[in-house]
Design a protein around this ligand. Structure first.
Ligand SMILES: Cc1ncc(COP(=O)(O)O)c(C=O)c1O
Length: 396
């Protein structure tokens, strides 16, 4: 197991964030478009739920490893409302963040003989989490159109007898793109042909769909339920990245294995946060929907603002987005024009010279690309745009 740690990389988004905090502590004004963390405070109702939870005696104690029953019941009801699929409470596990749900799901599903497929561009932690499990990583790219997520034919080509697991992430970080119903039907048809492949669907950004609701694999293909581990959480939709709460829902034996690992590594997610989270999953007269709509309108506006500014910079090719809070762009021509070796050196220059943090595309399996998070307060966001434009006007 030790050897699995040797080639593990520190999360690039977190290491950029570390540098941002270092520069900020030196009194510099660094504008952070790197880490994907909503800027507004959590809804007052959630804050109150957490302070009320803290005053309860049970808050100071462990919960069952899989999480408190009332929260699992609320989540099970929520999944039924959102996805039309029902889960027994024993088929759910509450975890400290969606990331931990993914770690546990991967560790429980594969061994060192397996290959795990991930769709590129991918969330930076997937390959590292797979490395931790000892399995090998296979990255799937869209062969026909690199500006889109990999399609069923790309997935079909990538699957081999060694493939133990595939991780699907729609809406996707870093692009904000998602699969349509037709594309998911094709993917489901493809996966039905390979019953040896387990599936993780990371639906963390599913609530942050900018226009209509986004379809999900579980809704489109409920017959695959016995092979799917759905991972989700409140970090992004409810602006509580620091509270560390997420969940997984899946087949009994998969969840049981995850519970076993959680029992030895973590015991349970923090009790007060579990109690407070119940309110986020209960029907709420549209409170959460309205709150999220506000965020979505802001993210959409910032996407358009940043897109318009970047389009002025010669060579930026911006990806379409329809969910989450990122803008992803191909900067191949910008790098060539300005003489940067790669996306890392360009991002380094933006941070050290213009004090703007963003994430190089290499971190998502897409060298010569860049990701900006749209989660900076409006006045700072506008300042970041001004600095970006100024940076590109300066003689290089
Ligand atoms: C696609 C994706 N999945 C999972 C996570 C982890 O979420 P959490 O903060 O709930 O652990 C992130 C965080 O950025 C993410 O982008």
């Amino acid at each position: 197991m030790i050897q699995n740690y040797h080639n593990l990389s520190f999360s690039p988004t977190l290491s950029i964030d570390r540098r941002v905090k270092e520069l900020q502590s030196q009194g510099l004004s660094v504008l952070n478009l790197g880490i994907g963390e909503p800027d507004r405070a959590p809804h007052l109702k959630l804050q109150e739920a957490l302070s009320n939870a803290l005053s309860l005696n049970e808050s100071a104690h462990y919960t069952p490893v899989q999480g408190i029953l009332k929260l699992r019941q609320a989540i099970s009801d929520w999944i039924l409302r959102e996805y039309g699929v029902s889960y027994d409470l024993s088929d759910l596990i509450i975890t400290p963040g969606c990331k931990m749900a993914i770690v546990l799901a991967v560790m429980s599903a594969v061994s060192s003989r397996d290959r795990v497929l991930i769709n590129a561009p991918y969330w930076t932690s997937y390959p590292e989490i797979v490395k931790l499990s000892g399995a090998s990583v296979g990255k799937i790219y869209n062969q026909k159109n690199k500006y889109e997520l990999p399609m069923a034919e790309d997935i079909k080509e990538a699957i081999t007898p060694e493939t133990g697991l595939i991780i699907l992430n729609s809406p996707n970080n870093p692009t904000g793109q998602f699969y349509s119903t037709t594309q998911l039907k094709d993917i489901a048809a493809c996966l039905r042909k390979f019953p040896h492949v387990k599936i993780i669907t990371d639906d963390l950004y599913h609530p942050i769909a900018w226009d209509d609701k986004v379809p999900t694999l579980l809704q489109i293909a409920p017959d695959l339920k016995d092979r799917i581990c759905l991972v989700h959480g409140l970090s992004k939709s409810h602006r509580i990245t620091g509270w560390r709460i997420g969940f997984a829902a899946g087949p009994k034996n998969w969840i049981e294995m995850m519970s076993l690992i959680q029992s030895q590594m973590l015991t349970c997610a923090a009790t007060p946060v579990q109690i407070a989270a119940i309110t986020a999953y209960e029907p709420s007269d549209g409170i959460w929907e309205e709150d999220l709509k506000n965020d979505i309108n802001t993210y959409k506006r910032r996407y358009e603002q940043l897109k318009s500014a970047l389009e002025i910079i010669d060579g930026y090719k911006i990806y379409n987005s329809g969910a989450a809070f990122y803008l992803f762009a191909d900067i191949t021509q910008v790098l060539e024009r300005l003489g940067y070796k790669d996306d890392n050196s360009y991002v380094h220059a933006l941070l050290e010279e213009a004090h703007i943090a963003c994430v190089p595309g290499s971190a998502f399996g897409m060298p010569r690309h860049i990701r900006f998070a749209l989660t900076l307060a409006d006045n700072l966001f506008e300042e970041a745009i001004t600095r970006l434009i100024h940076f590109h006007r300066m003689p290089s």
